[in-house]
Write a protein that binds this ligand. Structure first.
Ligand code: AGP
Length: 613
């Protein structure tokens, strides 16, 4: 997954493209490049590393030009270096292309072109596509649009592309299939981007081309969209969603820390208009509008990836406990190829912060094709998943920039809870006292989160004592088991320390063999129905000289006496523990990574939005 941008109009393209790339850097940041088109020439600028490296490397160059395309990369084919960085040029240098996605049959096409004598410069799948397009122009006398249509009919895979033509500097071409693409319509000008963020601020009119559609962007001429068979396609011009744009760190050293601190306000935003504080009730418009469909569902299937999948594991417990409906939680990447037994009595809940995760999108399409009703839980308004679902609820936590998901996780958990509560009321499956006390306890969560954040300094100090570790184990039970998985994921993705999450009682079935004096074991040991059991699990680790860090409920004496270190969180209902316990685990991962000097916001090999399968 990568980010693409493009501009054609009357302004200088370079600053627009560079700014756009910075806004898309969450999609990948191992190399970046820009191609500027001027009459008779295409100038290409590339650099390994981040967009800032590209900017520095091009500082003394001629950057004039009112049309161009740009790319920030997350390598799939070919190592991250300047040669493999986009844009890629056609053999003659006439065409430049940027691409997000994967051309799966690139090696077959490449061999065919090599037999014709073509020599490739990079090891990317993208270069093959631009070579194929130029080949079709030269050998079959097609114009650029015809050649693009013909090439895209041949390729298998996913693409969002933008193309510039040296010989036609007044036109850009953009197309998509299974990768996101947005066209911004300005005054005699067009913007191209992987999402609306590079476009916001320049125009408030955007078009989202459908799969296998090609946008012809000719300077000063209205937008034209055609399909691969050259039939003209209608398109709806939509407004840019509100609250889109660049957010700053606002005094925090990293976005991740800022986003951890935003969580109390995020939960308030998440509940706004949905929780009636005076009545102590919950209303989600998606539930109100689809009450019959949702309440008669025979089964729910949650599909998601990574952190969103962890939130799904908690959502399963909410829906099963409160709504008495069976719930399965599937990795979207497995579900999409699993030939699942699913029909129109099922509701599929797709959870995704970005709303662009390719595997989750594919899982939705599969479930849809079998008649399931799709409920989306997304953060990014207007994202592909938000548009692909039948109904849904946004988590409303604002842009999440740090690659390690924090506020989106707690936002997803909160929305899943609201969904389960609302549905339980509709179905009559929850006792009114339990329903109202849960709503009341949820309303207290933001203040309790603020309380937890006060332990930040202490966690920062404690973190210094863990930088020696090469492995960590995170243990929890019940509602806290998915939080243990999430805590381990946070640590590994930003500190590069290997970490595993387990249900605490599973330790004795194998993993306990790993315990020695070097092994930190993080227990989620809050005061709840599992407390005594967790205490025994803590004892088992201590008996083997493991180093125990326990997250306990404030005032806890028993586990605190056994553990080597404790972090406390205020008391709440057991089902709400994940909202509080996540915070010290996020802070622990954050501070360990900072102590180890890692790039917390943009960890190696990762990207914020995973738009390849
Ligand atoms: C979380 O910290 C990750 N970086 C990652 O697991 C993420 O949650 C996953 O890629 C799913 O993304 P989505 O929520 O945008 O679909």
């Amino acid at each position: 997954m990568c980010g693409i941008t493009g501009y054609i109009g009357t302004r200088d393209a370079w600053p627009i493209l560079i700014e756009g790339l910075k806004r898309l850097e969450y999609r990948g940041y191992d190399s970046a490049g820009v191609a500027l088109v001027k009459k008779g020439a295409i100038s290409v600028y590339k650099a390994k590393g981040k967009v800032a490296d590209l900017e520095n490397s091009a500082a003394d160059k001629d950057l004039s030009g009112t049309a161009g395309i740009a790319h920030t990369r997350w390598a799939t084919h070919g190592e991250p270096n300047t040669v493999n960085a986009h844009p890629h040029l056609s053999p003659s240098g006439r065409l430049a292309i940027v691409h997000n996605g994967i051309i799966e049959n690139y090696s077959t096409i490449k061999s065919r072109l090599q037999e014709e004598g073509y020599v490739f410069r990079s090891t990317t799948d993208t270069e093959v596509l631009v070579y194929l397009i130029e080949y079709l122009m030269q050998k079959q006398g097609k114009n650029l649009l015809e050649a693009v249509q013909s090439a895209l009919r041949e390729v298998i895979g996913a693409y969002a592309i933008a193309l510039a033509d040296r010989d036609d500097p007044d036109m850009l071409i953009a197309a998509r299939k299974s990768s996101p693409l947005v066209i911004g319509i300005g005054d005699g000008e067009f913007y191209v981007a992987s999402d609306v963020s590079p476009i916001a601020g320049y125009t408030d009119r955007v078009v989202y081309p459908e799969d296998e559609e090609i946008a012809v962007l000719r300077r000063g001429v209205p937008l034209k969209i055609v399909n691969l068979m050259n039939e003209e396609c209608s398109h709806e011009v939509r407004p840019v969603p509100e609250n889109i744009g660049l957010t700053g760190k606002e005094g925090f050293p990293h976005f991740m820390l800022k986003e951890i601190y935003e969580q109390p306000d995020c939960i308030v935003d998440c509940m706004r208009g949905r929780v009636d504080t005076s009545l102590g009730t919950v209303r989600l418009s998606a539930v109100t509008e689809n009450a019959e469909r949702l309440s008669t569902a025979k089964r729910f299937i949650i599909v998601a990836c990574g952190t969103s999948w962890h939130a799904g594991l908690i959502g399963k417990q909410y829906l099963e406990t409160f709504c008495r409906v069976p719930v399965e939680v599937a990795y979207a990447s497995e579900f999409r190829y699993s030939n699942p037994v699913i029909d129109d009595s099922d509701v599929v809940i797709a959870i995704s912060q970005s709303g662009e995760t390719a595997d989750t999108l594919a899982a939705i399409e599969l479930a849809k094709s079998r008649g399931a009703f799709i409920y989306g839980i997304c953060n990014v308004v207007g994202s592909s998943i938000a548009r692909a679902t039948d109904t849904g609820s946004y988590i409303h936590v604002g842009p999440e920039v740090g690659v390690a998901s924090t506020k989106a996780f707690t936002g997803q958990v909160a929305v899943l809870l609201l969904l389960a509560l609302n549905l339980a009321e509709v179905k009559g499956t929850m006792k009114p006292e339990a329903y109202h006390s849960t709503v009341k306890a949820l309303l207290e969560i933001p203040d309790k989160m603020r309380e937890v954040l006060k332990s930040d300094k202490g966690i920062a100090e404690l973190s210094r004592t863990f930088t020696y570790a090469h492995n960590f184990i995170y243990l929890g039970r019940g509602f806290s088991y998915p939080v243990a998985l999430e805590g381990a994921l946070k640590l590994k993705e930003i500190s590069y320390i290997h970490a595993e999450g387990y249900p605490a009682a599973e330790m004795k079935h194998g993993p306990i063999a790993l315990i020695d004096t070097e092994m930190p074991v993080v227990f989620i040991a809050t005061k709840n129905t599992m407390y005594e059991k967790i205490l025994s699990n803590v004892q088992e680790i201590k008996a083997r000289k493991g180093r125990v860090l326990a997250v306990v409920t404030s005032g806890d004496k028993v586990i605190s006496a056994v553990a080597d270190n404790v972090l406390d969180v205020p008391e709440t209902l057991e089902c709400l523990d994940p909202l509080l316990v996540s915070i010290p685990l996020q802070l622990l991962a954050y501070h360990i990574a900072v102590c180890k000097g890692k790039d917390v916001d943009r960890p190696r090999n990762l990207a914020k939005s995973v738009t390849v399968e």
